[in-house]
Design a protein around this ligand. Structure first.
Ligand code: AMP
Length: 401
């Protein structure tokens, strides 16, 4: 069965067509600038011959239509007809407390996802456009929703509650939810497989370090804590997001800089993190690492603050789980940056962490980089959220048959 995995942003749509049995990617691509002048589809079939189709895409429905056309195109397509798509799997950022697992999409499920829009006003409405487009263009094809928040729904109350009046949780479900759950679940399961250990026996800390970044504590196969909160702004210092701050900073900045609440939040989301700390040098760690090696103080400041916060969370989660068997690095930075891994691990000698320099330099593969027999094991596990979504979708569709 072929699964079409769709990840919609407000003006973009990423897709992969994955064979559920072989788990091969048969085609993938990206629609950019949807609803904006200059929209284009970048389409790469399995043979790697990339095509760029520049054409107006007024909305996500048109974008999905173009993707389906590309997939069934006589020359460059990989499908004979749309009937070959067995199901579509959709990434949904926020499932609130309602969804602790992926689910097949029905009218009731759609309503429940819409009810979570308040919790993720930038993401959920965009995610829903992909579902609506697929539903109108492939009405008979089953669809699944896979939530970024679902894996974290096992967090205990003491981890997910904020220290604010409880009535706000009761009234608004105002609490910590966490994100990147599909990635944390995939990576922690892979870590157990690589270590040849039972998932249920392990205490694992997963560090998803990309432009957005979060850490999760996974004990006996369930998530017990994670660094993001009600929104993806909490936790680590990220590319452009501040991560944890004293909430009083918001009022202070609003007054001093004469800004509205929205403007301050825009600063915390888009102008902070390593971009802000480096005096706007860059939000991209490749630039920051170059700057670091050249001794630019702005880059040193940003990288050091980023690394310190990651190490602090790992320490906190080792305490929360009363130990740790494996620490995993993933996502753009976690998978590729030997420097960041080395620096984070440099803080963790007290836990027993010892990594091998030669293994830490290896890229793009699942690998244990700690010394043989050292505990905790340290691993690099490339994440694959699309494959995880395809697997979940296949599982749900098969269960229904
Ligand atoms: P992601 O959001 O997972 O795509 O990760 C993006 C981040 O990973 C950016 O900050 C990139 O600079 C960083 N990144 C990607 N490749 C490398 C690399 N080879 N070395 C250092 N950072 C990298």
């Amino acid at each position: 069965m072929k699964i079409l995995v769709i990840n919609c942003g407000s003006s973009s749509l990423k897709f992969q067509l994955i064979d559920a049995l072989t788990e091969q990617v048969e085609a993938k691509g990206l629609c950019e600038r949807i609803g904006i002048e200059g929209s284009r589809l970048v389409y790469t079939p399995g043979d790697g011959r990339k095509q760029i189709i520049e054409t107006p895409m007024p909305d996500h429905k048109e974008a999905v239509r173009l993707v389906l056309n590309a997939l069934t195109d006589k020359e460059h397509g990989v499908l004979n007809s749309l009937a070959d798509i067995g199901a579509s799997g959709h990434r949904i950022v926020h499932g609130g407390e309602k969804f602790s697992d992926a689910t097949l999409i029905t009218d009731e499920v759609l309503e429940a996802i819409r009810a979570c829009n308040d919790l993720a006003p930038l993401h959920n409405p965009a995610n829903l456009t992909g579902i609506e487009a697929c539903r109108s263009l492939m009405p008979e094809t089953p669809m699944a929703a896979v939530f970024d928040t679902a894996f974290h729904q096992t967090m205990p109350e003491e981890a997910y509650l904020y220290g604010i009046p409880y009535e706000y949780y009761e009234k608004y479900k105002l609490r910590r939810y966490g994100f990147h759950g599909t990635s944390h679940a995939y990576v922690s399961k892979r870590a157990a497989a690589v270590l040849n250990r039972s998932y249920e026996d392990l205490k694992i800390i997963t560090c998803h370090l990309g432009n957005g970044a979060s850490v999760a504590a996974v004990k006996k196969g369930v998530c017990v804590d994670t660094s993001m909160g009600l929104t993806p702004l909490e936790g680590l210092i990220m590319g452009t997001r501040s991560g944890d701050i004293d909430p009083a900073v918001i009022e202070f900045l609003a007054q001093k800089e004469n800004k509205t609440l929205e403007q301050v939040l825009e600063i915390l989301n888009k102008e902070s993190g390593v971009l802000g700390l480096s005096g706007r040098l860059s939000s991209d760690f490749r630039d920051l690492e170059d700057g670091y090696l050249e001794g630019k103080k702005e880059a040193v400041r940003a990288v050091d603050a980023f690394v310190y916060r990651v190490a602090k969370y790992i320490g906190a989660y080792a305490a929360a789980m009363n130990g740790v068997d494996a620490i995993c690095f993933t996502a753009g930075l976690g998978e590729n940056s030997a420097m960041i891994r080395r620096k984070v691990c440099g803080y963790l000698g007290y836990l027993g962490v010892a990594i091998r320099e030669d293994l830490n330099e290896v890229r793009g593969q699942e690998i244990v980089i700690s010394e043989k027999g050292a505990k905790p094991a340290v691993l690099v596990i490339p994440t694959n959220e699309e494959l995880a979504i395809a697997r979940e979708t296949f599982r749900l569709v098969r269960k229904q048959d």
